[in-house]
Design a protein around this ligand. Structure first.
Ligand SMILES: Nc1ncnc2c1ncn2[C@@H]1O[C@H](COP(=O)(O)OP(=O)(O)O)[C@@H](O)[C@H]1O
Ligand SMILES: [Mg+2]
Length: 389
């Protein structure tokens, strides 16, 4: 996350092009220091053109010893040699003219790359044994994107280093659902194929305010064909070495990209709804996973809109699928309302039944499955079949 230290209340808007949405604006040096102490995941401080030079240099000087991986970029109304020299000596990475947004965007990118490199040298990142969680259904409109974005945001907001990959390469809507305006997409990974590394990956993700990193689908559907499946395999392999969790949203079909994701998944969340075609398609999905040799314990059925009064009952779904339902997410108008506002419901309405169900899903089917800690009060199991026994 980036901190913008600026005295102008509209500064976040002014610099949105260069800094993106994941910015916390603060108007005093003491507040910046406190925010840095409280959250070790801050990677960049951008200091506005009206902040006195001495105060800016003091912060840079202090942080470069305590936290060398933190980047400090200084904006000035005019670039003069004296200020430049003083700033760079104090540990400011770059000094940029305040009204030059492209130059600021470049400086931010360079700083982020350096941060990743330094963090790597300090052993902060890398070498992880991350888990890949793929969210799938062979039918559209059942809630894959809703579940994948909210699961990923829930994991990230609870402190797990999480990447959400949008593999719905033609119609991906993860970025728009989270109100992100990605500078790069999965299309940009293609040119790094064969030598993708942590810096390369870090340079193409967009960071959400929850701390979640997102790798968006291409903006142009025509680009979907330009992403070969071997790139997806390389991407997921590199990603799981850098993140605790890699959540994958998918299109409603068995594309070669989806099959690649299944192959690398530690758990697959299969989304069902209470309608006959959805259940039929899910049965086919389960058969396909069986054919691929995916272990049945590595998949779980998530029934979305589980309380819809449409004749079919959750028990019918379990009987048809011969598998118990692991999580029930109720129907709620808050879901489309949150999507339209570009916010994740788990953060925006944490007490809503949908958010509670999603957090339980995260606890039981993801955290607990991989031996992680579970929040207090989370139920251990809520399967209909299992609870009947
Ligand atoms: N539990 C729910 N309650 C109400 N509406 C939902 C729920 N889950 C999803 N929706 C809505 O259904 C539509 C399709 O959801 P989405 O997640 O985009 O599905 P998919 O990714 O499978 O195509 C969206 O408008 C979404 O807001
Ligand atoms: Mg979708």
């Amino acid at each position: 996350m980036t901190i913008l230290w600026d005295l102008d209340p509209n500064a976040v808007e002014t610099y949105r092009f260069a800094l993106g949405n994941d910015v916390q604006q603060l108007d005093a040096g003491a507040r910046v220091s406190r925010a840095l102490e409280e959250r070790p995941d801050h990677t960049l401080v951008v200091i506005g053109p009206d902040v006195p030079l001495d105060a800016a240099c003091e912060l840079a000087e202090r942080e470069r010893v305590d936290r060398p991986e933190l980047g400090v970029i200084l904006l000035r109304h005019r670039l003069d040699v004296t200020a430049l020299g003083q700033a760079l000596r104090s540990g400011v990475r770059e000094v940029v003219q305040g009204d030059d947004q492209p130059a600021l965007a470049d400086a931010v990118r360079r700083s982020m790359q350096l941060t990743v490199q330094l963090a790597g040298h300090h052993g902060v990142h890398g070498g992880r044994d991350g888990k890949v969680v793929t969210v799938f259904s062979a039918k559209g409109g059942v809630g894959k994107t809703t579940v994948s974005t909210n699961v990923a945001v829930a994991l990230a907001s609870e402190g797990a280093k999480t990447l959400l990959v949008d593999l719905d390469l033609m119609f991906g809507d993860v970025a728009i659902s989270l109100q992100l305006v990605p500078q790069s997409t999965i299309r940009d990974v293609v040119s790094m194929s064969g030598h993708l590394d942590e810096q390369g990956l870090a340079s193409v993700v967009s960071t959400h305010s929850s701390g979640l990193d997102v790798l968006a689908a291409p903006a142009d559907p025509a680009d979907a064909d330009r992403v070969p499946s071997h790139v997806v395999i390389e991407l997921l392999r590199v990603a799981r070495s850098q993140y605790d969790f890699v959540v994958v949203d998918t299109p409603p079909s068995f594309t070669e990209h989806v099959l690649a994701a299944f192959d690398l998944s530690d758990v697959t969340l299969l989304i069902a709804t209470l309608d006959v075609p959805a259940v039929k398609n899910l049965r086919i999905a389960i058969n396909t996973l069986d054919t691929l040799g995916a272990p049945s314990e590595a998949r779980c059925i998530v029934l979305n809109r589980s309380d819809a009064k449409v004749g079919l009952k959750p028990g019918d779904v379990e009987t048809a699928l011969k598998q118990s339902i692991s999580a029930n997410i109720p129907n709620s108008l808050s879901v489309p309302a949150s999507v339209n506002r570009g916010v994740a419901i788990v953060l925006d309405e944490p007490r809503s039944p949908v958010s509670i169900a999603i957090r339980e899903l995260v606890d039981v089917e993801i955290r607990q499955r991989f031996g992680g800690p579970v929040r207090n009060g989370a139920k251990r199991s809520f399967s209909l079949l299992r609870s009947k026994k």
